[in-house]
Design a protein around this ligand. Structure first.
Ligand SMILES: CC(C)(COP(=O)(O)OP(=O)(O)OC[C@H]1O[C@@H](n2cnc3c(N)ncnc32)[C@H](O)[C@@H]1OP(=O)(O)O)[C@@H](O)C(=O)NCCC(=O)NCCS
Length: 157
């Protein structure tokens, strides 16, 4: 049998509805029109993941600058449940890691993960992310409402 193809592609006005549908299925939080408007401007920071030409995943990040620290924030990185543990999340995260390495001016990468999301915690820890903080009542409409902040430090400051 031929090996499955996992590829990443740009998010465009033509396929953004697929990203919206995917995020609705994968995440308990819903994202507004502004989120998707920004995603269309995000270039390499937003990608769709294809498994044999089917959209099965998506990643959306933004640059966050605070107190002279330039950080990459992963807003969403998700894969449809039947396609998990096939390397699709790895492909998307490696894209993000390659991007920050190439740019060279990021201090860290960070994201929020719901405290009960053991799969995501294991996934990110595998790539050198650590829990640096736990925020109580971070989410408004979902339970548990607490979130871990996961961070991977790139440049010691
Ligand atoms: C987290 C997520 C993106 C991982 O995607 P994925 O395509 O399944 O990840 P990969 O197949 O590349 O996994 C790579 C490695 O991470 C670890 N890992 C991934 N999912 C795991 C799980 N559920 N339990 C334990 N380890 C896990 C494993 O070490 C895995 O390697 P292996 O399969 O060879 O053991 C996926 O589970 C997902 O979409 N979850 C819902 C959305 C979400 O919570 N996103 C995180 C917040 S942005």
């Amino acid at each position: 049998m031929r090996k499955a193809r996992i590829e990443l592609g740009d998010v465009t006005p033509h396929n953004i509805k697929q990203l919206k549908l995917l995020n609705q299925v994968v995440f308990p939080v819903s994202y507004n029109d502004k989120f998707y408007k920004d995603v269309l401007e995000a270039g390499e920071l937003a990608k769709l993941a294809y498994y044999n030409d089917m959209v099965v995943g998506g990643v959306c990040c933004r640059v966050d600058v605070l107190d002279g620290q330039r950080r990459l924030y992963i807003m969403t990185l998700g894969c449809l449940a039947p396609y998990r543990r096939l390397g699709i999340g790895t492909k998307m995260l490696e894209h993000v890691l390659n991007f920050v390495e190439k740019e060279g001016n990021f201090n860290s990468i960070f994201l929020h993960v719901q405290v009960n999301n053991d799969g995501a915690l294991d996934f990110y820890k595998k790539f050198g992310f650590e829990v640096v903080e736990t925020k109580q009542h971070y989410y408004k409409r979902i339970e548990p409402a607490d979130a871990h902040v996961l961070q991977k430090t790139l440049v010691k400051s």
